[in-house]
Write a new protein. Structure first.
Length: 566
C-alpha cells in the first residue's frame, strides 16, 4: 500500500511504481500532480504491470489529456478507480469494459465528452458510477441497465439527450439517482420512478421531461429527497405521493402541474422543505401544512391557489411567516449553480466560543447533564443568540484517545447528511476559563432521549409512561438500518461505527431515530471478498474498541473465546 493522499505533491507520477508487482492500494487523492499537459496520464501504461492493484485513486489533481487506451490493461482485480476532479478530456475508451471487477468508477468533474460506450454495461460489479459534471452527450445507453448492483448513479451536469432508458428499472439496489441538468426529454418511465430501493435521493430536475408524474412514485416509501423541478411535467400531482413518508425535501417547482394539492400529502410530516411554485395548481391552500413541525421552507407562489395562509403550528412563528412571504414575492427565476467538486472539500464548520457554550449550559451545570461516556459528557443548552435548544458534547481530553475521538467525529461529520444520523450544528476547539484545552461538538437536541431510556425505563413519575409499541420498535429498527445502510454504502469510503448500542440511538419529537456518537468510527480502507483475510482497519488487531457487549465479532481476531451479551 502506498498512500500519499491530501498532500501538496506536484510534478509527474514516477514510472518506476510499475516495479511494485504486489502493489494493492495506490492513493494520490487531492494533490497537485500533473503538468496540465497532454500526456499527463501516460504513466497508466506502466501500471499495467501491477497485477495485484485493487485501488487506484487519482482524484482532484491536475492531470490533463485523454484517457489512454492502456486503461484497459490495468489489473483485472481493480475495484476502485478514481479520476474525478481533473482536466481529463475526450471520451471513455471502449476497453474500459475489461475492468470487470470494478465496484467504484469515479470520473466526475472533468471535461470528458462524447457518447458513453455501451461497454460500460460490462462492468456488472459496479456499486458506484460518477459521471457528473462533464460534457457527455448523446443518449443514455440502455446497457446501464445491466449494472444491477449499482447503489449510486450520478450523471448530472452533462449534455445527455433523449429519453430515460426503461432498463434503469433493472437497477433495483439503487439508493441515489441523479440525472439533473441535462437535455433529457420524453416521459418519466414508471420503471425508474418506482425503484423502491431509492432511499437517499432521486433528482431529475432541469431537463425537458414531459407527461404526468407516474402513480409509481408512491413506491418511494424510504426516499429522503425528490426533485423533479424545472421540467415540463403536467397533470395532477398523484395522490400516491403521500406514501413517501420518509421525504424530507420535495421540489416540483417550475412545471405545469394542475388541480389541487393532494390531501394525501398531509402524511408527509417529516418534510422540512416544500416547493410547488410556478405551476398551475388551483383550489384552496391546505391547512395541514401547519401540522408539519419540521417545515422550514414552503413556497406555493405563482399558482392559482386561494385562501389564507395557515395560522397555527409553525406558522405562529413570525420569522418563518416573514420568510414565507418574502419567498412568495420573489419573482426571479432561481438558477441552480453547479457545485464544484472542490467546494465540498473546502467546506468547514463554523465555530462557536467557549463562553457562549458555557452560558447556554449554565456553566455546564449538573442539572443540564444529559449523559456521559468514556470520551466526554453531553449537556442540554439554550443559545442566547436565537433561543435554539442544543446538545453539547464536551470531550474529556484527559481520557486517552479523547482528542482522537474529537478528530474522528469531525472527519465523519463534515460530509454527513442523512435523516437518521445525528446532525452536527457546529464545533468548538478553544480553551476554558482556566486556559485548559477545550473541545466540544454541538448537535441537534433530541427531545425524546435515547433508545436505552425507552427500552429500560426508570420507574418514576418522569419516566413511567415510556413504553414503545411494536410499530414504534419496528420503525426505530428500520431507521437504524437506514443509517447503517447509508454509512456502509453511501460514503465515498465505507464507515464502521464500532459502538452501535441503544444509548447511542437518539429519538426526536416524532420518535424518528438518529444514530450518534461517532468517536470510534473508522473509515474502511479495503475489504477483501475473502472473509478469512478481511482486515479493514489497521488498529483492530491492536485493541478492542467500544462497549464489549456491542462489539461486532467480525471486527477483531483473537485466539481467545469472548462471551458477548446479545
Amino acid at each position: 500500500m502506498l498512500d500519499f493522499g491530501e498532500n501538496g505533491l506536484t510534478g509527474t507520477v514516477p514510472q518506476n511504481l510499475a516495479s511494485f508487482h504486489d502493489l494493492v492500494h495506490l492513493n494520490f487523492y487531492d494533490n497537485s500532480l500533473g503538468n496540465r499537459k497532454v500526456g499527463d496520464l501516460n504513466f497508466l501504461d506502466f501500471l499495467a504491470n501491477c497485477t495485484s492493484l485493487k485501488v487506484l485513486a487519482l482524484d482532484f489533481n491536475q492531470f490533463d489529456g485523454v484517457l489512454p487506451n492502456s486503461i484497459a490493461n490495468l489489473s483485472s482485480r481493480l475495484r476502485w478507480l478514481g479520476l474525478g476532479g481533473n482536466i481529463i478530456r475526450g471520451g471513455i475508451p471502449n476497453g474500459n469494459g475489461n475492468l470487470v471487477n470494478l465496484t467504484d468508477l469515479e470520473l466526475h468533474g472533468n471535461y470528458l465528452s462524447g457518447p458513453l460506450p455501451n461497454a460500460l454495461g460490462k462492468l456488472q460489479q459496479l456499486w458506484v458510477l460518477y459521471l457528473n459534471n462533464n460534457k457527455f452527450s448523446g443518449s443514455i445507453p440502455s446497457s446501464l441497465g445491466n449494472l444491477t448492483k449499482l447503489i449510486k448513479l450520478f450523471m448530472d451536469e452533462n449534455k445527455f439527450e433523449g429519453s430515460i432508458p426503461l432498463s434503469l428499472g433493472n437497477c433495483q439496489d439503487l439508493l441515489e439517482l441523479n440525472l439533473s441538468s441535462n437535455n433529457l426529454n420524453g416521459t418519466i418511465p414508471k420503471q425508474a420512478i418506482g425503484l423502491s430501493s431509492l432511499s437517499i435521493y432521486l433528482v431529475m430536475s432541469h431537463n425537458s421531461l414531459t407527461g404526468t408524474l407516474p402513480f409509481e412514485v408512491g413506491y418511494l416509501k424510504n426516499l429522503w429527497k425528490l426533485d423533479l423541478s424545472e421540467n415540463r411535467l403536467s397533470g395532477e400531482i398523484p395522490a400516491s405521493l403521500g406514501s413517501c413518508t420518509s421525504l424530507v425535501s420535495l421540489h416540483l417547482e417550475g412545471n405545469s402541474f394542475e388541480g389541487a394539492i393532494p390531501p394525501s400529502l398531509k402524511t408527509l410530516r417529516g418534510l422540512d422543505e416544500i416547493d410547488l411554485s410556478r405551476n398551475n395548481l388551483s383550489r384552496q391552500i391546505p391547512e395541514f401544512f401547519s401540522k408539519f413541525l419540521s417545515l422550514k421552507h414552503l413556497n406555493l407562489s405563482h399558482n392559482d391557489l386561494f385562501g389564507k395562509v395557515p395560522s397555527e403550528g409553525i406558522f405562529l412563528n413570525g420569522l418563518v411567516l416573514l420568510c414565507f412571504f418574502i419567498t412568495c414575492c420573489n419573482v426571479k427565476k432561481w438558477r441552480k449553480r453547479p457545485l464544484a467538486a472542490s467546494s465540498l472539500k473546502n467546506r468547514r464548520l463554523a465555530c462557536i466560543s467557549y463562553a457562549e457554550l458555557s452560558g447556554s449550559t449554565n456553566g455546564f451545570s449538573v442539572d443540564n447533564l444529559i449523559g456521559s461516556g468514556s470520551f466526554g459528557s453531553v449537556y442540554k443548552g439554550v443559545l442566547s443568540s436565537n433561543g435554539a435548544v442544543i446538545a453539547v458534547k464536551v470531550l474529556n481530553l484527559q481520557q486517552r484517545g479523547g482528542s482522537k475521538s474529537f478528530v474522528n467525529e469531525c472527519n465523519f461529520l463534515r460530509s454527513l447528511r442523512h435523516r437518521n444520523l445525528l446532525m452536527v450544528i457546529t464545533a468548538c476547539s478553544s480553551v476554558d476559563h482556566q486556559r485548559n484545552d477545550f473541545k466540544s461538538l454541538v448537535f441537534q437536541f433530541m427531545s425524546n432521549g435515547s433508545l436505552d431510556q425507552w427500552l429500560h425505563p426508570i420507574e418514576d413519575e418522569q419516566h413511567q409512561c415510556k413504553r414503545l409499541s411494536f410499530i414504534q420498535r419496528l420503525n426505530i429498527a428500520m431507521d437504524v438500518a437506514y443509517a447503517l445502510q447509508y454509512i456502509h454504502l453511501h460514503f465515498q469510503k465505507p464507515i464502521v461505527l464500532c459502538d452501535l448500542k441503544p444509548s447511542n440511538v437518539l429519538l426526536n419529537e416524532d420518535m424518528v431515530a438518529h444514530v450518534g456518537d461517532y468517536g470510534l468510527a473508522k473509515f474502511v480502507i479495503d475489504a477483501s471478498h475473502n472473509p478469512s483475510k478481511n482486515q479493514s482497519m489497521s488498529d483492530f488487531s491492536i485493541a478492542l474498541k467500544g462497549s464489549i457487549e456491542y462489539i461486532p465479532p467480525g471486527l477483531f481476531s483473537t485466539n481467545n473465546s469472548i462471551q458477548a451479551k446479545v
